[in-house]
Design a protein around this ligand. Structure first.
Ligand code: SF4
Length: 114
């Protein structure tokens, strides 16, 4: 998962770590991007049997899923994602304008990605 600098600070604070401690343990940074390291045998260090263990401070990309531009703007990709994501199609109906706005937040948060 990609992180913004704000995501990194929020997750570190939530875990009561300094940003540099958090980065050293959980982050892979290149000149262009920052992302969470992926531990062996798991999709994410913070994925527990109860779900996301940093839920209140989870990264923007996680918070906005599945309203990513590549899904919101492509019906086939959306339907493909719905085959494995148990949350799609559940809960209150999200209006298309809201979905487009959330996708725009993704573009704003990760301009180098879009
Ligand atoms: S929602 Fe939480 S557990 Fe899932 S990828 Fe994001 S940080 Fe990791």
């Amino acid at each position: 998962m990609w992180l913004t600098e704000t995501d990194l600070l929020a997750a570190a604070a939530y875990l009561k770590m300094t940003p540099s401690e958090f980065e050293e343990k959980y982050v892979y940074r290149t000149t262009q991007r920052i992302r969470l390291r992926k531990p062996p045998g798991s999709q994410c260090h913070f994925l527990s049997s109860q779900g996301c263990s940093i839920h209140p401070a989870k990264p923007t990309q996680c918070r906005l899923f599945p309203f990513w531009p590549e899904l919101v703007e492509d019906r086939n990709e959306w339907q493909r994602t719905a085959t494995w994501c148990p949350g799609i199609g559940q809960g209150p109906l999200i209006q298309i304008g809201t979905a487009v706005e959330l996708a725009h937040q993704m573009r704003t948060a990760y301009p180098e990605q879009y």
